[in-house]
Design a binder for this molecule. Sequence first.
Ligand code: ASP
Length: 309
Amino acid sequence: MTTPAQHALALVLHGGAWDIPDELVEPHKKGLRAALKVGWDVLQKRGAAVDAVEEAIIVMEQDDTFDAGRGSFINGAGEVELDASIMNGATFRAGAVAAVQNIPHPITLARAIMEKSEHILLVGMGASRFAREHKIKTCSQDDLITSRELERWRALQAGGAFSTKDAFRRKRHPSGTVGAVALDHRGNVAAGTSTGGTPNKYPGRVGDSPLIGCGTYAENRAGAVSTSGWGEAMIKVVMAKTVIDLMDWHEMGPSRAAEEALKILKKKASGYGGIIVLNPEGDVGIAFNTPRMARAYQTSSMRSPIVEV
Ligand code: ASP
């Protein structure tokens, strides 16, 4: 009896696309390395792509370097409201939460919605209720707020409110959304994204990250995508699905599809951001039109991971 050859494995992560200052380069790399290790272990132990995505994102949600989970941006009302989504390319199912409070790991809540409900997106109080019913970990607002973000928020409040567009146009347009795409030994793909959104955002504002097709997309036939950047622009060009369509219908490889999608984002919506993508063969694409993007990847054809900012 012959054992079937193992499918190629691949895991790609991002930790935000923006003008990351020099002093934050190392913390971003450290956080990515830790998350990559956890996700890669899952894949190497013949775990599912969707598990690798969730586990890697949990590590980054825990790390207050990133705008996800603890350390997220604070909204105009002084609260942390989180968005996340996950999609399993094998089952073609998806789950997402938006503007949810008191949840340290919204990616886990998004996954529970995908697997334990008939819905895709739950928001606000309903999402919190679902979390309680399914015993998803909760926390206080204070557990999610760091002194760095409190300082930023106070400065923004003192200067008056500004639009999310301005947030991305400023010299330093902070980001730090996290995302992951994975390919497992069965050839299944998955994608996930988690974020605190944009600094000082209007309460209830929802960006691209929890919207399937904008921040996240995965289907076994074409591949998996996660994005980061100015959400209002990303939504208009349906960013993640655009990348998938370029691969699926226009037969582009992941790198070319990511580059072309960014051109569309820039041209149609004057948008900024970054994309991570992989196809079912395990080819990886990463592209961004911001000064820097925190990113990391490992595939079964590589001897060691690549972590770059
Ligand atoms: N895309 C996120 C949002 O607009 C922010 C980011 O990725 O930096 O909510």
